[in-house]
Ligand binder design. Sequence first.
Ligand SMILES: [Zn+2]
Length: 301
Amino acid sequence: MSVRELVVLGTASQVPTRHRNHNGYLLRWDGEGILFDPGEGTQRQMLRAGVAAHDLNRICVTHFHGDHSLGLAGVIQRINLDKVPHPVTAHYPRSGQRFFDRLRYATAYRETVGITEAPVDADGDLAATRSYTLDARKLSHPVESYGYRLVEPDGRRMLPERLAAHGITGPDVGRIQRAGVLGDVTLDEVSEVRRGQRFAFVMDTRLCDGVHALAKGCDLLVIESTFLDEDAGLAEEHGHLTAGQAAAVARDAGVRHLVLTHFSQRYSEPEEFERQARAAGYEGELTVARDLLRVPVPKRR
Ligand SMILES: [Zn+2]
């Protein structure tokens, strides 16, 4: 059984606290590991969470503020130190190429692994594998910021009663799956669409079209809620979301499991984020993230 889960490495915005490291999130999706927004201290948080450099196949950076990217230097050097045997691809806003260059080559080290640079400069698809397509959407923040989404291709679920009704058994099941037809029976008659799972990562933005597009129909949504609702003015000014705004997006998008994170150090009561998210009418599963938490992608319906 392939593993699909989020490993939360850090949950603080702007400055870390005694309880929260700067951002960092690993998504395990089948055999791959995708690291989002490695802030300062991510390498050590990986160790604490049981994540190795070998687990990383892809790195996605939403934008070049330090809390989302200062960890790149350490993580990239660790990938090289450990001589990770597979390619690693990095996505980040192209407008921040100079920051990526500096972080990648922040100090001297022996480069043993080819990191493929795949910067983002427009909405659209970035990669496609057998188990997902990865796409990006522009967000609204003082520096250019992109959110990311993984969408598993739809599959088909075979229906045993229908197969039995048509007398299809054994190797014939595989035949009709591959060919789409067997004799006068079509695949549609003995199966149904199995909707692909969706995950999105939305960091550092005010409300905008990109936020809604990324969240649409997600099984698991990780979204910033830097501020509580009473500080909505600050959120708008600095290009962030409040707990109520993030939850309303998730509500309208039909999100199944909402993970709030990227909290301002000004708040000490995580329960208040939960209370405001519920007050906004979000009724799905809800997690106010803390460091080192693991959140499974919800089971298929
Ligand atoms: Zn931030």
